[in-house]
Design a binder for this molecule. Structure first.
Ligand code: AMP
Ligand code: GLY
Length: 419
């Protein structure tokens, strides 16, 4: 089967790499793709993930595509899967009504409240004055979030009222994330250990993958602004069998029941962003897709054919598949452009020395210019390795990271230490 992947980050490179291992995958295409994906798939950099007409045009002229994998949040939230289905194309990813679990934080918080899924206490505001007053009179630290999508950056952890006033101002008054901030969620700060659980869903059953952990802050020691993710490891040692049982009972089953009751058919990947607090396991957020960089440490551990799983999700036959995992942990370190998640330069030449044989180099923001590899985004590359322990995997990853150079390179040195 020939497969089209929508997206062009490290996650999409990891998906393409995993699909490529399937004996049943024929040609791989990517829209827009990147320089790494281009090594294994035919990329169309002139069509963007949000160019729905361009994507339909591509599919019309490529009747050989049997499955379109929609990986990023924006096209999912905007209903690309609904559009593809309405034209008779098979697609892996949730329809718009299901992707709202991620695309609207107000919707997902209300969903959790309604179905008794543990989460931080919260209030929703669409009025600036009310939001400011509530924030100023709340206990801090306080968490303030844009309702809509904001490339992983619309969340403010505020230590004091000065910071929370600034957050409300940026979101609601200055519209830093556009209409995403016209409604905001203000919620209780949860402290504890963060855990990500990605899960396949076919609309009937939800099957969790191996756990992982992302490092979202830009600097070592979890300091600085939130990014899309600076590195990850899998599995998370905090995700013990007891915690897994708590997840299944209190969160996964209730999510499945809630979706069923709401009449929402979720086909694709549900991302459970969890916090292990002293008061139990709570959901920080849902995403409606594979996480990035989590995918770069989870998919390398998948032993089962990813195409078979994706097809089963689309066809509603996931209960027929036994999903198997490699025991060895994986670690991924993201190499970012200096300045990210703020302003950064693009077009800087990248040199990659000889890497150890089993190291995986997933491209995120890269582009080719002639024979030169150039930076083309905030997160540039992800270096992943497996090891007999997380520490061993860390050692291999960092040894190889040093062989990759570009001007103003920035990466965290402590990925996998705090666990
Ligand atoms: P989100 O986009 O909702 O995942 O938030 C991004 C990151 O902000 C999360 O991964 C957490 O690290 C942090 N965060 C979000 N909400 C909370 C909360 N209520 N308490 C503590 N940290 C939070
Ligand atoms: N790594 C967090 C996310 O994909 O949203």
């Amino acid at each position: 089967m020939n497969v089209l992947i929508i997206g062009g980050g490290g996650r999409e490179h990891a998906i393409a790499w995993s699909l490529k291992k399937s004996p049943n995958v024929g040609k791989l295409y990517a829209i827009p793709g990147n320089a790494g994906i281009a090594q294994i798939a035919k990329c169309y950099p002139d069509i963007k993930a949000m160019d729905f007409e361009g994507i339909l045009g591509f599919l019309k002229s490529h009747k050989d595509v049997g499955l379109t994998v929609v990986a990023p949040d924006d096209p999912l939230g905007a209903g690309l899967v609904d559009l593809l289905n309405s034209r008779g194309y098979r697609a892996f990813g949730p329809v718009k009504a299901a992707a709202a679990l991620e695309a609207s934080k107000a919707f997902s918080k209300e969903f959790m409240k309604k179905y008794g899924i543990p989460t931080a206490k919260y209030e929703v505001f669409d009025d600036y004055i009310k939001a400011v007053n509530y924030a100023l009179s709340s206990k801090h630290p306080l968490v303030i979030k844009a309702d809509g999508l904001a490339v992983g950056k619309g969340v403010y952890i505020c230590e004091n009222t000065k910071e929370s006033k600034k957050a409300v101002d940026e979101l609601m008054r200055d519209k830093k994330f556009g209409e995403s901030g016209s409604k905001i969620v203000i919620e209780e700060f949860l402290s504890g250990e963060e855990i990500t659980v990605l899960a396949f869903s076919d609309g009937n059953v939800i099957v969790p993958m191996e756990s992982s952990r992302d490092h979202k802050r830009v600097f070592d020691g979890d300091i600085g602004p939130n990014t899309g993710g600076m590195g990850a490891f899998s599995p998370s040692p905090a995700y013990t069998p007891d915690v897994a049982a708590e997840f299944t009972e209190n969160i996964m089953k209730k999510t499945a029941e809630g979706l069923k009751t709401e009449g929402i058919v979720f086909k694709g990947v549900i991302y459970f962003g969890l916090m292990l607090t002293s008061g139990g396991l709570k959901v920080i957020e849902y995403n409606a897709r594979f996480g990035d960089p989590e995918t770069q440490v989870v998919l390398p551990r998948l032993k089962t054919d990813l195409l078979d799983i994706m097809n089963a999700c689309v066809d509603g036959t996931l209960d027929k598949i036994k999903i198997k995992w490699e025991k060895k942990p994986c670690v991924c370190v993201v190499l970012a452009s200096g300045g990210y998640p703020g302003e950064f330069e693009k077009g800087l030449p990248i040199t990659v020395g000889k890497l150890d044989e089993k190291v995986l180099l997933f491209h995120a923001g890269t582009a080719k210019s002639g024979r030169n590899l150039l930076t083309n985004g905030g997160r540039v590359l992800g270096v992943t390795a497996a090891g007999s322990s997380i520490d061993k995997a860390r050692e291999i990853v960092y040894r190889n990271v040093e062989r990759i150079k570009f001007d103003k390179i920035h990466y965290r040195k402590d990925i996998g230490i705090d666990r």
